[in-house]
Design a protein around this ligand. Structure first.
Ligand SMILES: C[S@@+](CC[C@H](N)C(=O)[O-])C[C@H]1O[C@@H](n2cnc3c(N)ncnc32)[C@H](O)[C@@H]1O
Length: 366
């Protein structure tokens, strides 16, 4: 099979990745599979998604091939978003079922689960989050790091982060070694300055690309950009942590070939496979310019997250003096939840709003 594009380090194939693996990828020849497959979504994307309830069955032949082509030291990193039950404010279990299948039947080990937090995520699904206000913003994707053995090659030294201000203070002013309430014995080794911090398994990466060579190229050639691209930092984190230069990285659901672009810059050999021609045509644009310029170094970004208790008041009622919807939000009400004005009155348009706390009795207490 001929690739659509061949670069110094990689190749893009317009192909069903299952076929490509079966016909062209040898046993135990790949160091890292990093990918974001079509999710089992309620609302379908342009490229067509598999229904959540059939997902595990659909994924099974891919899982078997992934296991076959990975080296024993290799890793399989799967970025998979959660999904909602159609018409109901509950979560689908499909990605957990998939994980169980991958570990119980396809023999992978779960090396670690990561959560990709997109700080720029819109509050969705709007019906449950912004209209009925009965769920919170769904802002993380699960990223499962799987491996063929319990000992995949890896180092966290390649993905360190700057020290936080509090850690810098601690290094400067010292820390009294003591037993924590949790029972952990914090020794004075924590005061050693190692130059940078070990990151957590929460990856804060906004998905806000709006001005890239890729988007410009798609516009130029008149193809629609891929609608579910992941940000380059996501595959980059795992390519850095789990592979060396000259290793082989495979993205079987490559879309716009972000993984290929990252690998070209980091000098890893790569293979991208994508089923739809328009996406491959757009992906080619990533390699028309010097791909080194695509990963310009940016200043470190530090996200501050408020403690979840920041706006809590003593009575557990929050900013809004309302009772909980006793029917769990089943009945759709609007205009009921409105903040108080500065003078303590409430802007309520809907006079019949159901869930307001009843006014306190005026009669004197006996
Ligand atoms: C979530 S998107 C991946 C987006 C990609 N990570 C990016 O950043 O552009 C999943 C992609 O898998 C492709 N796909 C689905 N089934 C496939 C198959 N059997 N072989 C190759 N690609 C497939 C879809 O066309 C879609 O573009």
């Amino acid at each position: 099979m001929q690739p659509i594009l061949k670069t110094k380090f990689g190749r893009i194939f317009l192909s069903d990745s299952l076929q490509l693996m079966r016909d062209h990828i040898k046993d135990e020849s790949v160091d890292l599979i990093v990918t974001s497959p079509p999710f089992g979504l309620v609302r379908k994307k342009d490229y067509g998604n598999v229904d959540a309830d059939k997902y595990v069955q659909w994924f099974w032949p891919f899982a078997r091939e992934f296991y076959r082509i990975l080296k024993p030291s290799g890793s399989f990193v799967l970025d998979i978003g959660g999904s909602w039950t159609p018409g109901q404010p509950t979560r689908s279990l499909y990605h957990f079922e998939l994980l169980m299948m991958l570990c119980r039947e396809a023999n992978f080990h779960l090396a670690q689960e990561f959560y990709w937090w997109n700080p720029a995520k819109l509050p969705t699904p709007a019906e449950w989050v912004t209209v009925r206000r009965i769920r919170v913003k769904d802002a993380v994707n699960t990223v499962f790091w799987l491996s063929k053995t319990p000992w995949p090659k890896a180092t966290n030294r390649r993905v360190l982060a700057p020290y936080s201000d509090s850690m810098k203070d601690l290094l400067k002013f010292g820390y009294k070694a003591k037993l924590r309430p949790s029972g952990h014995d914090i020794s004075d080794k924590f005061q050693r300055d190692n130059g940078a911090a070990i990151p957590p398994n929460l990856l804060a990466i906004p998905n806000t690309e709006s001005n890239s060579n890729y988007l410009r190229y798609c516009k130029e050639i008149g193809v629609k950009p891929h609608s579910a691209r992941f940000p380059a930092q996501l595959p980059e984190f795992f390519v850095r942590m789990l592979t060396d230069t000259d290793d082989v990285v495979f993205d079987p659901f490559a879309g716009s070939c972000v993984t290929g672009e990252v690998c070209e810059r980091l000098e890893r050999n790569w293979i991208c496979s994508e089923l739809l021609e328009d996406y491959v045509k757009g992906a080619v644009g990533r390699f028309k310019v010097d791909s080194k310029s695509n990963g310009r170094k940016t200043d470190p970004i530090f996200y501050k997250v408020y403690s979840s208790s920041s706006l809590w008041n003593g009575a557990g009622r929050g900013l809004f003096d309302d009772l909980l919807p006793q029917d769990g939000g089943r009945k759709r009400l609007t205009n009921t939840y409105r903040p108080k004005n500065a003078d303590g009155t409430r802007k309520v348009k809907d006079k019949k709003a159901k869930y307001r706390r009843p006014a306190k009795s005026k009669s004197k207490a006996h």
